[in-house]
Design a protein around this ligand. Structure first.
Ligand SMILES: [Ca+2]
Ligand SMILES: [Ca+2]
Length: 398
């Protein structure tokens, strides 16, 4: 090659470089923040200069690689998600910005361990807390506290409970209360009502007995039909023993006021005071549970007063005297008057007919019985088929 030819080749090389540079400078990228260099990927591999990739958003700046960012701050800086089909090996730590690093979680410091499908505390004796008092598990006792970090029972809630289904206590549904005496059983919290009863109607559905608050109680029903109504609800008419076991007023049985219409009980025993003419058939019963103070310690309402309650008993009364109310006296037995009697039994009355077989038992007294009504009040003079407008009932189970 002669000298002139060499000069020509050199000039062509320079021109190509100049035109290439001019082409790069004049190129207008669609993104204002990214400028196309005019170099291909092969150029990147072959030249030791800072590079970038316009369409793929891959950048290399001062020894840092940025994906989705032109200003990477670390060796690898990704704006977006990272997907890996293999291991990610971090020899120092993995941290969450603003949170803890994995190195702070160790077996000795507690945490969680998963075995199969079960996740358990790594240190089983550790307690668990969420929030200051929101939720707490005391592992030393097996107690759970909600709203407290010092639960006193298996579940200790400082606050209210809202449920859409039943809450069972010793097997009792939430419309019944558990009574631990007499062998332990469930009893309706409220006097029985019909399924379609409302606060102004006794309803017409006699298919079964319901226990619910705020409705007209089911009256004008015989003992026989009461038994059927309880059975149809999967329950039974309470026995005398069960009824008496549940008959306390705010936990008291003895030495209660003779007429429980007074504060703080306000039992419905005085028709001139409460719910006059309200109930079915011009009876004076209040709606179930109307007087919240007339309640047992187990949460059973209106055991005293409102409507009489059939129990599942019949008795043969053998009394040669006259049919009358009698009163218990702890020293002298049944007496015909309350004069001079101890007030231990609240002047509660028991009605004895003359000698009569097969009488059904009503308990507690009704809206019009005044001092006669009480936990020990009973009527032994009514036939099982009778259905007065003050005769109601309640059911037991368990
Ligand atoms: Ca009484
Ligand atoms: Ca009652």
């Amino acid at each position: 090659m002669n000298r002139k030819l060499l000069v020509l080749f050199f000039a062509m090389f320079l021109l190509e470089g100049v035109f290439g540079l001019v082409g790069a400078i004049n190129y207008t990228a669609s993104s204002s923040s990214e400028v196309y260099t005019g170099f291909s990927w092969d150029n990147y591999k072959n030249y030791s200069i800072s590079w970038n990739e316009y369409l793929g958003n891959l950048f290399y700046t001062s020894g840092y690689v940025g994906i989705g960012t032109t200003t990477p701050q670390q060796k690898l800086d990704v704006v977006g998600n990272i997907n890996s089909t293999g291991f990610i090996n971090a020899t120092t730590d993995v941290c969450i910005q603003g949170g803890a690093c994995l190195s702070s979680v160790s077996a000795s410091a507690g945490g969680w361990t998963k075995t199969g499908t079960q996740v358990a505390l790594t240190t089983a004796t550790d307690n668990v807390s969420i929030g200051s008092t929101d939720f707490f598990v005391d592992n030393s006792k097996g107690y759970v506290g909600i709203g407290t970090t010092a639960p006193k029972k298996e579940l200790d809630i400082v606050g209210n409970i809202k449920v859409s289904g039943y809450v069972y206590s010793n097997g009792c549904p939430n419309d019944m209360a558990y009574v631990s005496s007499a062998g332990g059983f469930c009893i309706d919290k409220w006097e029985a009502s019909r399924p379609d009863a409302t606060d102004s109607s006794m309803g017409s559905d006699t298919s079964m007995a319901i226990s619910q608050a705020g409705v007209i109680p089911w009256v004008s029903i015989s003992q026989i039909d009461s038994r059927t109504a309880c059975n149809n609800a999967g329950k039974r008419l309470c026995s005398d023993e069960e009824w008496l076991a549940a008959a306390n007023i705010q936990g008291q049985v003895y030495y209660l006021p003779t007429n429980l219409a007074v504060s703080p009980y306000y039992c419905v025993t005085d028709s001139s005071t409460y719910c006059l003419g309200h109930s079915y058939s011009a009876g004076d019963a209040c709606n179930t549970g109307n007087k919240t103070g007339c309640v047992s310690k187990e949460g059973v309402y209106d055991m005293v007063g409102n409507v009489w309650e059939w129990t599942n008993e019949t008795v043969d009364v053998i009394d040669s005297g006259s049919a009358e109310w009698k009163y218990a006296n702890s020293s002298n037995g049944w007496q015909s008057s309350t004069s001079g009697l101890w007030n231990k039994y609240g002047n509660d009355g028991v009605y004895f007919p003359v000698t009569t077989p097969g009488r059904a038992v009503l308990r507690g007294g009704a809206w019009d019985r005044g001092a006669l009504a009480g936990p020990f009040c009973a009527s032994l003079g009514i036939a099982p088929t009778a259905a007065g407008n003050s005769f109601g009932f309640r059911c037991c189970s368990g």
